[in-house]
Design a protein around this ligand. Structure first.
Ligand code: UD1
Ligand code: MG
Length: 457
């Protein structure tokens, strides 16, 4: 049989995502709700990929075109199939019949609403298939097993049967080892097993869990891989979505700290699924990382900063209260201070934007100093324009740079200027009115006003 890079035969992963997710109370399909900035479907696809999946099929329900779009955005080779009526989990997997017919390797079935499952668990599942089990199920110890399928084990720890809660006897209901829903079927066996599953049960559904009984009727064995209950939490409501988010965040922060990052108050820091933070970065409380952030070594991110799609060069200092929007690139040693917003801008090494500024659609040269309250006026009501600030330039406080405009290398802009034309390198540009001074004016003014008031009374 063909082996892929991970050393096992071609693996097909089927992600079940046809549920309506009614309890989310959302117009958005459940699997498109996000955990750490990535859809739950995206998480399932990522773990499938990490397990070396060679064929990915997503089962969705009619009309969920946005599920298809998300699947294909994340993996152009993903196949999306539609389960027209929902007759149970085995019926759902059979919606992938065409792909199953062309596939001879093992098949792993994941749920699109169970985003925390670990790669290690699934690798163990695939390993058990290789050892000869025809069905391998991921189980967990449930604090409250109500509603879950119960895993009934033999004395040899092999899996004898899965009984759904609705079909279980009182005695079976005392079993706390439950089915997470994640099931794998041995190479070449999936279709033959699935086709023999019936719907003679309490719900009249085709239960994927009956694959255990079918395989055993062929004389094959089934087994369980145990996962932490947290790893296999399914999301049915926004409350559960928040629980899953919390677990994900806790794990992600731990991974980041273990890799050499200091967090003063980790619970107040929010990461994204793809946040990259290098060694010896210090993160103060209440910092939010949206997707696409990469932070190089020795950066200090001060409290209440918000970053998304941003690259931060080594040794930079950010915040407190900085907002770094998509397309921000900060060079090494830059300083971005409080109440500064940067968008689609390249700030070269050593440049400073320390207070109360907006820099958008701009390039700022190395070691330039952008004074307090500087605004790049990048929008004229119709389109966006760029501002270029040269190396070592100095922009005085409270200046407006009306784009498109360039300030040359080493140029100075006087405070309070509105710059509408390019400034040459090394020049000073000032646009404010000149200061005038009238010596002794105040005394004369007071005397005049006093007299007027006396006359009037
Ligand atoms: C299922 C398992 C149960 C397990 C539990 C874990 C079966 C028969 N039961 O029960 O043993 O403990 O999950 O949460 O498999 N789906 C479809 N099409 C369908 C039916 C379901 O795509 O026709 C999808 C759902 O969107 C969902 C998943 O499959 O993501 C599970 O379906 P659900 O109805 O929640 O199954 P449970 O009754 O919870
Ligand atoms: Mg369920």
């Amino acid at each position: 049989m063909e082996q892929n890079v991970n050393g096992h035969s071609d693996l097909m992963v089927v992600i079940l995502a046809a549920g309506q997710g009614t309890r989310m109370r959302s117009k958005l399909p459940k699997v498109l709700h996000k955990v750490a900035g990535l859809s739950m479907l995206g998480h399932a696809m990522a773990v499938a990929d990490a397990c070396g999946s060679t064929k990915l099929v997503i089962v969705t329900s009619p009309g969920q075109n946005d599920v298809r779009a998300e699947a294909q955005k994340r993996n152009v080779d993903a196949t999306v199939v539609i389960q027209h009526d929902q007759f149970g989990t085995a019926h759902a997997v059979l919606a992938a019949r065409n792909a199953l017919e062309q596939h001879s390797g093992p098949v792993l079935i994941l749920y699109g609403d169970t985003p925390l499952v670990r790669r290690e668990t699934l690798i163990e599942v695939i390993g058990k298939l290789k050892e000869g089990d025809q069905v391998v199920v991921v189980g967990f110890e449930a604090a409250d097993p109500t509603g879950y399928g119960r895993l009934l084990l033999g004395p040899d720890e092999k899996l004898l049967e899965i009984v759904e809660h609705a079909d279980a006897s009182d005695e079976q209901r005392t079993v706390t080892l439950c089915n997470s829903g994640i099931v794998a079927l041995g190479a070449g066996k999936a279709l033959s097993i699935l086709e023999r599953i019936g719907n003679d049960n309490a719900k009249g559904e085709f239960y994927l869990t009956d694959s255990v009984a079918v395989a055993r009727s062929d004389g094959a064995t089934a087994s369980v891989v145990r996962a932490e209950a947290d790893d296999v939490l399914g999301v049915n409501s926004r409350v559960q979505l928040a629980e899953v988010e919390e677990i994900y965040q806790r794990r992600q922060r731990e991974t980041v700290m273990v890799s050499g990052v200091t967090m003063i108050a980790p619970r107040t820091v929010t990461l994204s699924h793809d946040t990259q933070i290098a060694q010896d970065v210090v993160i103060e409380p209440n910092v939010f990382f949206g997707p696409g952030v990469c932070v190089e070594e020795n950066v200090h991110i001060r409290a209440f900063s918000h970053l998304e799609q941003t690259h931060v060069g080594a040794g930079a200092t950010i915040g407190p209260y900085a907002r770094l929007r998509p397309g921000t690139r900060l060079g090494a040693g830059t300083r971005i201070g409080n109440f500064v917003e940067i968008k689609a801008a390249d700030i070269a090494e050593g440049a400073k934007v320390n207070h109360l500024s907006y820099v958008g659609d701009a390039t700022v040269g190395a070691n330039a100093n952008i004074g307090a309250g500087t605004i790049t006026c990048n929008y004229d009501g119709f389109s966006k324009h760029t501002t270029e600030i040269g190396t070592g330039a100095f922009i005085g406080s409270n200046s407006a740079l009306v784009a498109p405009v360039k300030v040359g290398d080493g140029a100075y802009v006087g405070s309070g200027s509105v710059i509408t034309r390019n400034v040459a390198a090394g020049a000073l540009a000032v646009t404010r009115a000149q200061q005038i001074e009238k010596p002794g004016w105040v005394e004369k003014f007071r005397t005049l006003m006093k007299r007027r008031k006396e006359k009037a009374s």
